[in-house]
Structures are given as structure tokens and as C-alpha cells.
Design a protein around this ligand. Structure first.
Ligand code: HEM
Length: 132
């Protein structure tokens, strides 16, 4: 059998946290119509329950992301540029998720919700590019 080592743990934790941050947002968005039918306050309650695991997952992404950088080292200018773009979209995903959770208007919820989802997907894609 292939070895399970520290690199496995580093990538496992990074990808696990990414599944929660990115996949959780997509699943929650898909459930919103059904949650609304269950009661007007239900989507907000579900979102705040999700936030209790989403923000710790975001923290794990940052910590294991720094671990990734330390482990991979400097892999040239194209890698650095890709990493920089990824960090910008990660920051945008975090900020827009925060603004989404604070939004009071339906329009604000929709705009910041779409932005956090799209930037999270972009971070996922760029993560795959970095690891490739
Ligand atoms: C929304 C946040 C993030 C998502 C969704 C995400 C997702 C991913 C994914 C899916 C991979 C590929 C793992 C693999 O296939 O082995 C990856 C790799 C990587 N990520 Fe992230 N990531 C996020 C945040 C971060 C942050 C904050 C950093 C840096 C501080 C970072 C640095 C890296 C690096 C350097 C790699 C390449 C690892 C390697 O080649 O071994 N990521 N990321």
C-alpha cells in the first residue's frame, strides 16, 4: 500500500475544509427554496448553523494553506502569480461571505451570496491548478 504521511494529512485537511466551505455553500443555496417553504425564518437559522462549521473550515483552509506554501516552496513566477490570484479570491470569498451573513436586504443577500459562491469556486479551481 502507498504510504499515508504528513503530506497526505496536510492535503486531506485542506481539501476537507474546502469541501465544507465550497460544497456547503452550494448545498445550502440549493436548499433555500425548500427551507423558505418550511418558514420564512428557517433559511436564516440554517445559514447560521452552517456558519458554525463554515468559519472554522475557512480557518483550517488558511492554516493548511500556509502549511502548503511552506511545504511546496518557491516554484517559479507562474506559480507565484497563480498563488497570488488565488489568495485574492480567497480573501474576496471570506469578505463577501461575511457581508452576506450581515446583509439585511434581499438584494444584498443575493449579490454577496453569489459573489462568495463564485469566488469560492474560483479558489477551488486555482487550488487544483497549483497542485497539478
Ligand atoms: C476558499 C479557500 C480555499 C480553497 C477552496 C482551496 C482549495 C484548494 C484545493 C482543492 C487544492 C488542491 C489540493 C490537491 O489537489 O492536492 C489546493 C491546493 C493549494 N492551496 Fe488551497 N484552498 C483555499 C485556500 C488556500 C489558502 C488561504 C492558501 C494559502 C494561504 C492556499 C494554498 C494552497 C496551495 C499552496 C496549494 C498547493 C498544495 C500542493 O501543491 O501541495 N489555499 N487548495
Amino acid at each position: 500500500m502507498l504510504p499515508v504521511d504528513l503530506e497526505t494529512l496536510r492535503l486531506f485537511l485542506h481539501v476537507l475544509a474546502a469541501t465544507i466551505w465550497v460544497g456547503g455553500q452550494l448545498v445550502l443555496a440549493a436548499l433555500v427554496p425548500a427551507l423558505r417553504r418550511a418558514g420564512s425564518e428557517v433559511p436564516r437559522a440554517a445559514a447560521s448553523a452552517f456558519n458554525r462549521i463554515a468559519w472554522p473550515a475557512f480557518g483550517v483552509l488558511v492554516v493548511t494553506g500556509i502549511w502548503n506554501i511552506a511545504a511546496e516552496g518557491d516554484r517559479g513566477p507562474a506559480y507565484r502569480t497563480t498563488l497570488t490570484v488565488k489568495l485574492v479570491v480567497v480573501a474576496a470569498s471570506g469578505v463577501t461571505a461575511f457581508l452576506h451573513s450581515r446583509a439585511t436586504s434581499r438584494r444584498g443577500m443575493a449579490v454577496f451570496g453569489a459573489l462568495t459562491g463564485l469566488t469560492a469556486l474560483a479558489a477551488l479551481l486555482l487550488g487544483i491548478v497549483l497542485a497539478g
